[in-house]
Ligand binder design. Structure first.
Ligand code: 3HC
Length: 337
């Protein structure tokens, strides 16, 4: 019997130990296959294939980084919010995003990588985060467009992830999605107010929608025939729908909501295909998407630079927290002795 999964194989093995490790892998794989067939959940201490672990760690850590980097375009507007009420709401939203990052880093840590390692990869520019956060937020109306379109796309993509086969990820997504619903409504409400304001305010809202529409559609990832991870991710019940499927659903949602706003989507090719029963949209610039992923989007350098500064500025907090934790451990040891 071949040992397939390094997680259960110690460095030096006798033939008997090798046989036992291979048996553990075979039993683990059988349990994993049963869980997948039953559409049930894998938990951190369960055996899982090394590729499943790797793919989850990839997706969840990227997702966590997106939440943290995603604080920047909006944080930039806190001090310029048009009223105290708007400032308080925006601050709460940005803090929620930090919380989402924390749940997700915690979920990723259960797969065996430390938060420090993940953060180091982000700061070194080696980790991905969502393309959308590499675009600038130019006006107050962008707070509306980000909430409505970006958080709207996030909800559309993330509600199915509440059923992801990995327990800690699925559970984290439940709370994240509840908060994202509030975020989307606050964005919609900002746009609604501007759209019903002066002609200049309405134009500002329309401009913001025009700028964020295509990048929001690209958040769902590359087209299905160019999505290397989808097949396995769907077989493992992590992703439930393909990138194009979710993008099409999102367009259908937005078409209805934009009418209520009294604005338009900058896409004359949107239509409902009666044969496929799917919403279709105009072409997207996938070269631009690739450029952004390669680090050459409008704000990639600025976002990473700001994250590095924030990390350095927070060094004293991490040091203090570590010193306090060490003190507590010592106290407990003394108490136990
Ligand atoms: N931005 C950056 N990279 C992207 C991307 C995007 N919008 N879409 C895809 N990619 C990357 C993938 O990570 C993958 O790269 P990798 O192999 O080096 O990891 C590559 O492009 C190919 O894409 P695939 O379609 O094969 O990748 P996936 O199957 O993982 O699908 C995904 C991509 C749909 C983004 C999926 O990973 C996913 O659902 N992730 C969880 C949700 C998430 O991370 N959302 C980010 C937005 S954060 C957010 O919404 C915050 C809120 O406050 C707004």
């Amino acid at each position: 019997m071949a040992v397939q999964n390094l997680q259960s194989v110690p460095a030096e093995l006798s033939p008997e130990e090798l046989e036992a490790a291979a048996q553990r892998d075979a039993d683990g794989q059988a349990n994993f296959d049963r869980v997948m067939a039953e559409d049930s959940r894998i938990e951190p201490r369960d055996w899982m294939p090394a590729d499943y672990r790797k793919s989850l760690l990839r997706q969840i850590s990227q997702h966590a980084h997106s939440e943290i980097i995603g604080m920047q375009p909006e944080a930039n507007w806190i001090s310029r919010a048009p009223s105290l009420k708007r400032k308080a709401i925006l601050m709460a939203k940005v803090q929620d995003e930090a919380g989402h990052g924390l749940y997700l880093y915690s979920a990723a840590e259960t797969l065996g990588q430390s938060r420090d390692e993940m953060m180091d990869a982000l700061i070194a520019g080696k980790a991905r985060y969502s393309s959308i956060f590499n675009y600038p937020a130019r006006t107050w109306a962008d707070m509306g467009a980000i909430g409505w379109l970006v958080d709207g796309a996030a909800i559309c993509n993330q509600v199915p992830l509440c059923r992801a086969s990995y327990g800690p990820y699925g559970r984290a997504m439940v709370r994240v999605c509840k908060e994202e619903s509030f975020h989307q409504r606050q964005g919609f409400e900002i746009l609604l107010e501007l759209a019903n304001g002066t002609a200049e305010q309405k134009q500002m809202a329309q401009d913001a929608v025009n700028r964020w529409y295509a990048p929001a559609l690209m958040m769902f990832g590359p087209p299905d025939d160019d999505s290397p991870n989808s097949r396995e991710s769907m077989a493992w019940n992590i992703k439930r729908f393909s990138n194009d499927e979710l993008r099409s659903r999102f367009v259908g949602m937005m078409v209805e909501q934009v009418r209520v706003l009294g604005l338009t989507l900058p896409d004359s090719e949107i239509r409902f295909n009666e044969d496929t029963k799917k919403w279709e949209h105009g072409p997207l610039d996938w070269n631009e998407f690739k450029e952004v992923l390669a680090g050459r989007g409008p704000c990639n350098a600025q976002r990473l630079e700001r994250r590095r500064e924030a990390h350095d500025d927070g060094a004293w907090v991490r040091e203090s927290a570590a010193a306090y934790a060490a003190k507590q451990v010592n106290k407990q040891k003394e108490y136990a002795a």
